[in-house]
Design a protein. Structure first.
Length: 353
């Protein structure tokens, strides 16, 4: 990835090259991807503002990771399973999880599928095979490997995708998960979104390896490093590794190099540890602006299109948030529901404030 401060770094393709790499539907596919990125960024901006106002307790933005998440959502099939880290909400939305339901989760309402028992950005979306994340770093890697093993045993056709950041490559589950997957040749894709910061620790202080992707070779399978801000390259990579894994080649490791364009979470202040030129370097490789500029340059997106995407995103995000804020919290008695296989034999009264 080129660290070039200043204006947006253009995507290095002609329209003909994109048609060859993406396919004859490239125009529709890239416009659809852009159409998902804009509400994702709109949601991030709105939720970060609401967290500062105390209207939600926590938020981890996906800003800067949009190309990876949207491409994953567009490339996977319904029978694949997604094991997210912190910033993969867009994968669930692209796979069909309603924005309105996700907003209910963010505000922990009575209509939140997890009944307010998970932190914001930890949605449960079983209908799109999106497993709620754990705040314990790296555990989703072992979960994905276990699911891949179960699918192998059952003869199920799906692929498990484990998403994690550069920080998780130092976790115990990273070694255990990759080692087991390599030995068993499991249908699992390890997706490392290397945004170069494990909260405040820069990646060069975490690993002396030239790339995180090369770590896969120690476990007996391939690893590649890809510019995660280049949507065309990301989509092509996902399609390739998913196809190969479906053909029985076993696990794959992909390191997508991206920029974290916001604080680690709403509890973080990156100005205390990031270089002063970080923002300009990140903006030069903004995945949304890179795709927008390329689409505009080849005539696949015009000003009216951009304004319509922005208008629709703002309307949908604000509508979902307003609906969620108007929904009451879960009934305290629901604390005992969805816990036991059989309901408690005696009623339990929960004191109300």
């Amino acid at each position: 990835m080129t660290d070039v401060p200043g204006s947006t770094v253009p995507l290095p393709y002609t329209a003909q090259e994109v048609l060859r790499r993406v396919g004859p539907d490239a125009r529709e596919a890239l416009r659809s991807a852009y159409g998902w990125m804009i509400p994702g960024r709109t949601l991030d901006a709105r939720m970060q503002a609401l967290q500062l106002q105390g209207r939600v307790g926590f938020y981890g933005a996906t800003t800067g990771h949009e190309a990876v998440n949207v491409a994953a959502g567009m490339s996977t099939r319904a029978d694949d399973w997604i094991f997210p880290g912190l910033r993969e909400q867009l994968v669930a939305l692209v796979r069909g999880y309603p924005l309105s339901r996700y907003a209910q989760h963010l505000f922990a309402t009575a209509r939140d599928p997890s009944r307010g028992r998970q932190m914001p950005c930890h949605p449960t979306a079983r209908e799109v095979h999106y497993v709620s994340m754990s705040s314990v770093i790296g555990t989703q890697i072992s979960h994905a490997v276990g699911t891949a093993w179960a699918m192998r045993r059952r003869g199920a056709p799906g692929i498990a995708l484990a998403f994690f950041g550069d920080g998780a490559t130092s976790a115990n589950d990273f070694h255990a998960g990759l080692n087991f997957a390599g030995v068993a040749g499991l249908p699992v894709i390890f997706v490392c979104a290397n945004n170069q910061w494990a909260i405040s620790l820069p990646v060069e202080r975490q690993s002396a390896a030239a790339t995180l992707a090369q770590k896969a070779s120690a476990y007996g399978f391939s690893g590649i490093a890809v510019d995660g801000t280049d949507f065309v390259a990301v989509l092509d990579t996902f399609r390739t590794v998913l196809r190969e894994s479906r053909e029985g080649t076993g696990p794959h490791f992909v390191e997508f190099r991206v920029y974290r364009m916001t604080p680690h979470s709403s509890s973080d202040d990156p100005s205390r540890y990031q270089p002063t030129d970080w923002d300009s370097r990140a903006k030069a490789l903004d995945p949304v602006l890179r795709l927008e500029a390329w689409l505009s340059s080849v005539g696949w997106l015009d000003r009216d299109d951009r304004e319509e995407y922005a208008r629709r995103a703002s309307e949908n995000v604000r509508g979902a948030i307003a609906e969620a804020e108007a929904t009451p919290p879960p009934d305290p008695a629901s604390l005992f529901e969805d816990v036991y296989s059989r309901p408690l034999s005696v009623p339990v009264e929960v004191p109300r404030a």
